[in-house]
Design a protein around this ligand. Structure first.
Ligand code: TXA
Ligand code: MG
Length: 319
């Protein structure tokens, strides 16, 4: 049985012993272990069923600790750190020798962030090592935004889930790398590009056909029920009259009719931040209803809408 609670001292003891603990962050729950302990990190990969080449993000409580993990902090990175950490941006740097290749999936670089959740920041302050933590779901499944989501996927596989309530941002961090041609976005996420560009100027998005790390693969974040992402909702409904459908819309707008349909909204007011916060919960809930098909209306293609559509297009991709 996996225990759920708010005891950071117990969580710290487990982590010091090389065990795994699920931790809340403002984006999604992470499956954490000592990021400098090769065996502990390998246990993360085993529990998730994650390919060993897919690198992990290291979480720390302060910028001084980041400096001990990387070879250089670029000037743009310092500006971004000062503005957004603790917060939902991850940055990639050349790694220091202390970090095992198991953590970085064999890469010479390491991804780091300071998460913005009070319980997890308090936990990190009790530790003298960084926490490697991918999202606390089984590989390729929907990311968890509550302790219950973690429990449903990982019960009996880990000793403890630190319960920090519902994640306030609801989708994963934005990941930035630094190349000799300038800063590049590796993964769209909870921090909007326009916010980042206000600090460091124009930033390019890494082409999705060039895979640097397996997290960039097309199929990811998937429910068990087939999912279609569309801006032609009526057409899709008309083609699937015989199916039990869960329809997920951005906000209450037009009425859709269909013989067997259940409709949910990601936001009551048409707020993209609210839609991001509700995205994974709504997918988990709809997936549990044992329907034939989930149809999701594409969100507006700007700001957080871009990040949400990115996740949904990966959830929808069928090999
Ligand atoms: O919000 C988040 O980032 C959450 C919370 C728990 O912090 N974590 C998360 O981790 O989303 P995960 O493992 O699901 O995604 C990590 C992704 C990898 O799949 C990869 O795409 C990218 O981060 N990544 C990690 N290290 C990298 C590196 N050295 N170079 C390029 N990309 C890297
Ligand atoms: Mg993940």
């Amino acid at each position: 049985m996996t225990q759920i609670g708010v005891d950071i001292t117990y969580a710290a003891t487990l982590l010091k012993n090389g065990e795994l603990v699920a931790i809340p962050t403002e984006t999604v729950y992470g499956l954490a272990a000592n990021g400098l302990n090769k065996n502990a990190v390998e246990e993360i990969f085993r529990v998730k069923g994650r390919p060993s080449t897919n690198p992990l993000i290291l979480h720390v409580a302060g910028i001084d600790q980041v400096k001990t993990l990387v070879q250089t902090l670029y000037p743009e990175a310092i500006d971004l750190a000062n503005k957004f950490w603790p917060g939902p941006i991850t940055m990639v740097f050349p790694k220091n020798k202390t970090i095992p290749y198991s953590t970085t999936g064999g890469l010479e670089t390491v991804a780091v962030r300071i998460p913005n959740h009070p319980l997890t920041l308090d936990l990190l302050r009790l530790l003298d090592f960084p926490l490697a933590a991918p999202s606390a779901n089984l590989s390729n499944r929907i990311s968890p935004t509550t302790a219950k989501h973690v429990y449903n996927q990982l019960n009996t596989k880990i000793p403890y889930i630190l319960n920090g309530g519902s994640c306030s941002a609801g989708i994963e961090s934005t990941i930035i790398g630094f190349t000799n041609k300038g800063p590049v976005v590796y993964r769209l996420g909870a921090l909007e590009l326009s916010e980042i560009e206000k600090v460091i100027g124009k930033i390019s998005v890494h082409p999705s056909n060039q895979i640097l790390a397996p997290g960039m693969f097309k199929k990811h974040y998937s429910p068990q029920t087939p999912l279609i992402l569309t801006d032609e909702v009526s057409t899709i409904l008309a083609k699937n009259l015989d199916k039990k459908i869960g329809l997920i819309l951005f906000k209450p707008s037009q009425n859709y009719t269909h013989p067997q349909i259940k409709i949910k909204y990601l936001s009551t007011q048409g707020s993209l931040a609210e839609a991001a916060r509700n995205l994974y919960s709504t997918l988990h809930e709809t997936d549990e209803e044992l329907l034939d098909l989930i149809v999701v209306e594409k969100l507006p293609d700007f700001e957080l809408g871009l990040s949400i559509n990115d996740r949904l297009s990966r959830a929808a991709h069928i090999e």
